[in-house]
Design a protein. Sequence first.
Length: 347
Amino acid sequence: MDGSMMFVFYPGKSNNDLTVSVRSTSGHYPPKPPPEHPAVRVHRSFIDSQGYHHAEVICYSCDKWDENGVDVLSGQQRWIWAANGLQSTQTSDLNLPLQRHVDYNIMSMNMASSISFTNDRQFPLIQDSRGCHGAGDVTNMYTRSRKSSGVLILCHGLLLGGAFLVGFPAGVIAIRIGGNKAFVHHWLLQAISLTLALTGAMTGIWFSWSTPRFAHFDHPHQIAGLLIMSSLFIQVFLGICHHYKFQKTGTRSSVSHWHKLIGRISIAAGVINTGGGLYLKQAGIGAWAIVLLLVALDLTVLVIFTRNRSRSSDSGTSTASYLPVKGEHVVDDSVFTVADDKDIEEY
């Protein structure tokens, strides 16, 4: 689209009118009417009984357009079309600001079938039938691109959904179960989940870069995703600090509480953003059902283990709230215990 001459069509002010605006752009910025362009005349524009918009446009000396050369004698001249059915456009304003298109495609055009070399300004023969006179089929390149985009979206959803709906919650449950291996299970599950999340984020970024609709990274789903991924790196740092401080003192610190708080917020935000991704993809009821089922399962398991832990603590069989430091005597109303190295739980 860089340097291309564009013919932009949108509904006119009246019900049966069609506005035709000639535009161009540099890079991927919104197209605007250029200060100088070949003379263009709209021979006729109308809307047929089936609602299709027709525009018969004649461009004089379009072969002189030097921004992006066009071969007027080519039988396979490449053209790009784009559309946006989401923007409200019913105006005669030729300078109407355009939002990004939501779909586009590539076709080839037989330019030689419509060119005229006469010196007068008569209109060349234009067929009124709705069709693509002189236009070739869409190239396979864009079809392959759409298929690859679908694969990227699927991988993006599966990887991040697996991380935030299965992996990270499993890591939280592992640490709450307790035991000598709780910390190992916790960091191992979180490391695997972080790897899945990073891979899923990269597929999303790759898809966004290759899709004009999302290339500017200004969609709420994208912004939330980047913020959540940033919080995961903060979580890694806080988790390491918490572990080393706990090894030295045997007690939780403010870092520990921040680690828990940010972790809960990150997982909750990740689950919500998963729903945002499903909404953006217009996913079916099956995908929504799977996500809701996993969320319900996570909450159920977490509640069960939290209640069991609370009951154990009330009965005096848990040391979760009273974590001994090496060499200290732990005293309560009924038990006198000396904690050796092997009896000390890291968490």
